[in-house]
Design a binder for this molecule. Sequence first.
Ligand SMILES: [Zn+2]
Length: 148
Amino acid sequence: MHEPTSASHAVEALFSVEGTTAAPRQPALLGGRCTACGYTFFPMQGHGCEQCGSIDLVPQALTGRGRVISYAEVERHPDPLLPPPFTVVAFMTEDGVAVKALADPSSEALLRTGATVVTTLVTDAGADHDAPRLRVLVADDDLATEGR
Ligand SMILES: [Zn+2]
């Protein structure tokens, strides 16, 4: 069984507060890259490349910006630390890696397929730990072009 503190450590290992050169203001996603074939993936793992089977995998920070593939509102969830409703967003990062993350509630009504989303860190009030959590927001520049 997972204790809440170990769950938060697992989440922390998925992103860094620092962004990438391509998206410096958005927390980077900590993925990996296969040095044999160049395949990029998320999250980092050491079991072997999904594409060629090589175990020569290195950490690769992925940009925290991408486009929405799909999204779904979750009405029921068994984890008491993640009470519904919340929205899961699948998005394709600019590095070409599909990632799933939770939408920030402020952006849920703005989500649509193809929208530009960016990563952000939030600290949930009342949570039993104050580790930052990764969420995605619809990007401001996407809203600016969409509103005209
Ligand atoms: Zn490979």
